[in-house]
Design a protein around this ligand. Structure first.
Ligand code: C5P
Ligand code: MG
Length: 226
């Protein structure tokens, strides 16, 4: 059975929320998700998995059966069919867990060494992804949501586009990405907000300030010793 079929049929999560800490990181394109994730990795030892980065890597992998499809979706700012993205995330989680040191090799560690800590960045961007991931891969602890006005995100993306080499950091693709964000991704944030699982962080301030607010939310929701 293919990984996609296996995922479609699965009704229980492969990872337990007791063993694995997953935080979803959401926000419009250019809200600063990647920047904040980098800092959290350095400070807390999270594994950072960006859905967009994983899709771009799969797009460029020679022989990928999804390469062309991913390329079209990304250029048009649309959401790639969820099975593709979820299988990429699940595989990356398995790899990271397998690479973790065993408890005997890290006797000084304050957290259980086999416990994975993941920032899942840019995911879930659509309701079906949210439901399927939590049902079949792992329940998330909560969502870090970076809230930023469109004008500021546009300014950042156009600036990044000068050097990023990304096919979607141009004015036309950016317009489409904003539309997808409002129509398709914000309902996911609203869904989690109703469950009181969203830490909303103002993101149109300097990165240091955003990071301090992020740390405060982690302390509040996961405890000081996390
Ligand atoms: O997060 P990032 O801006 O890198 O995502 C780039 C593109 O990857 C999105 O505009 C979308 O086309 C695709 N993507 C997706 N599903 C996700 C994350 C990204 O289809 N969960
Ligand atoms: Mg990113």
């Amino acid at each position: 059975m293919s990984a996609v079929d296996d995922l479609k049929n699965r009704k229980t999560p492969v990872f337990s929320g007791d063993d694995v800490t997953v935080l979803f990181v959401l926000g419009g394109p250019g809200a600063g998700k990647g920047t904040q994730c980098e800092r959290l990795v350095a400070a807390y030892g999270f594994t950072h998995l960006s859905a967009g980065d994983l899709l771009r890597a799969e797009q460029n992998r020679p022989g990928s059966q999804y390469g062309e499809l991913i390329k079209d979706y990304i250029k048009n700012g649309q959401i790639v069919p969820m099975e593709v993205t979820i299988v990429l995330l699940e595989n990356a989680m398995r790899e990271a867990m397998a690479a973790k040191p065993t408890s005997t090799s890290t006797p000084t560690s304050t957290t259980p060494a086999l416990k994975g800590k993941f920032l899942i960045d840019g995911f879930p961007r659509k309701f079906d992804q949210a439901v399927k991931f939590e049902e079949a891969v792992c329940p998330a602890k909560f969502v870090l949501f970076y809230d930023c006005p469109e004008e500021e995100m546009e300014r950042r993306l156009l600036e990044r586009g000068k050097t990023s080499g990304r096919s979607d950091d141009n004015a036309e693709s950016i317009r489409k990405r904003f539309r997808t964000f409002i129509e398709t991704s914000m309902p996911v944030v609203d869904y989690y907000e109703k469950q009181d699982r969203v830490a909303r962080i103002r993101a149109n301030v300097p990165p240091d300030e955003v990071y301090r607010a992020t740390q405060a939310e982690l302390a509040k929701r996961l405890g000081d010793n996390f």
